[in-house]
Design a protein around this ligand. Structure first.
Ligand SMILES: NC(=O)c1ccc[n+]([C@@H]2O[C@H](COP(=O)([O-])OP(=O)(O)OC[C@H]3O[C@@H](n4cnc5c(N)ncnc54)[C@H](OP(=O)(O)O)[C@@H]3O)[C@@H](O)[C@H]2O)c1
Length: 331
């Protein structure tokens, strides 16, 4: 077994290209193969990105015994099937967010990976930015006191009806796509599921959410407002307010390679501006998971975290459809 974990990617779409760039900086991982439903697309992607092996089917990549870990970059509704098939083939799996479209599916995926003795992690890329760890440390240190409010947003215009984001059969909708970020961020900060949620969404021609907002109530006394949309101008922001101060993240989700600044405000005055390095978060995510595969520590984004997030997303989706608030079991 080589020291670097040998990886394969399922899918040749947008995020697969970004992840390929991420592999270039990895110390613990090497990208060995890509698979597509189309042999031509697999070859073209492998040539463009200098990947040694190209497979004309996902099954064929999973049959390659030299591959230890698989990145699932398929549409949301295909995640469960290909995570489970990867686990059955003995591969560790890093699967794009959200892990699936329901808590029932996520639970089944976790159990499938546990029973095969392989690791599973949801690719919550933003969590691997140094600024997020820095903000969590600030909060733990008590810098802004007890958390009371989180306001977070991710909107980005998408109008192409053929894009998986606007296709119901592919698990489209801004809630599980962009809304994943502000909602999972609030859940991460709370360290638990909300006790109740209220959702509001507008649906497009294909009956997926094109804009949405969610109010999350946590029984620690924290309330979060999360916004997202495909038919809204770009909006990227997060603000955390405690009893003794406020933290503002002007660029919480994207990995652009610039330095990131985070502000701490106290009593209407800017108290401090912290600057964080912004290395490629995909590189850090893949190296982290590869380290876990090699027995170097535990997962930063655990299956339990993914379960909390999917329970919340599902509840918000239901509330948006019915107009009723939804209570969640503790967890
Ligand atoms: N972490 C992040 O930063 C990030 C960013 C964007 C998206 N994502 C997630 O990554 C996943 C993929 O998003 P994407 O934007 O990369 O999508 P995309 O560009 O549409 O790529 C999806 C790929 O899935 C494969 N596929 C298999 N069956 C398909 C079908 N029936 N219809 C369409 N494609 C199919 C296709 O590859 P072949 O045809 O070659 O097999 C396609 O290239 C989603 O879960 C999304 O939420 C994560």
């Amino acid at each position: 077994m080589s020291t670097r974990v040998r990886w394969g990617i399922l899918g040749t779409g947008m995020v697969a290209g970004w992840l390929r760039q991420g592999f270039r900086g990895c110390q613990k991982a090497e990208l060995w193969a890509v698979a597509s439903r189309s042999p031509d697309r697999a070859r073209a992607f492998a040539e463009k990105h200098q990947i040694p092996a190209a497979h004309g089917s996902y099954e064929s990549l999973l049959a390659d015994s030299s591959i230890e870990a698989v990145l699932v970059t398929l549409p949301n509704t295909l995640h469960r099937e290909w995570v489970e098939r990867s686990a059955q083939a003995g591969k560790h799996v890093l699967c794009e967010k959200p892990l699936a479209m329901s808590a029932r599916d996520v639970q089944a995926m976790i159990e499938a990976c546990r029973s095969q003795g392989v690791h599973l992690m949801e690719a919550a890329m933003y969590r691997f930015q140094p600024q997020i760890e820095g903000v969590l440390q600030l909060i733990r240190s008590g810098r802004i006191g007890q958390l009371r409010h989180v306001q977070a947003a991710f909107s980005w215009p998408f109008r192409d009806a053929a894009n998986i984001r606007l296709r119901k059969d592919m698990g489209g909708g801004c809630l599980f796509d962009l809304g994943y970020y502000p909602i999972s961020f609030a859940v991460l900060l709370a360290g638990r599921r909300p006790a109740a949620v209220m959702g509001s969404a507008c649906y497009g021609d294909s009956d997926v959410e094109e804009s949405a907002a969610a109010l999350l109530h946590f029984d620690s006394g924290l309330a979060a407002l999360a916004e997202c949309g495909f038919r809204i101008d770009v909006k990227i922001h997060a603000e955390i307010t405690g009893e003794e101060g406020r933290i503002i993240l002007p660029d919480p989700w994207t990995a652009r390679g610039n330095k990131k600044q985070v502000q701490v405000w106290k009593a209407r005055k800017l108290d401090e501006t912290l600057e964080f390095e912004d290395p490629n978060a995909y590189t850090r995510e893949i190296d982290h998971f590869s380290g876990v595969v090699r027995g170097q520590g535990g997962l930063l984004w655990t299956p339990e975290e993914s379960l909390r997030v999917i329970h919340t997303l599902e509840a918000v989706a239901r509330s948006s459809r019915t107009g009723e608030s939804v209570a969640l079991k503790p967890g």
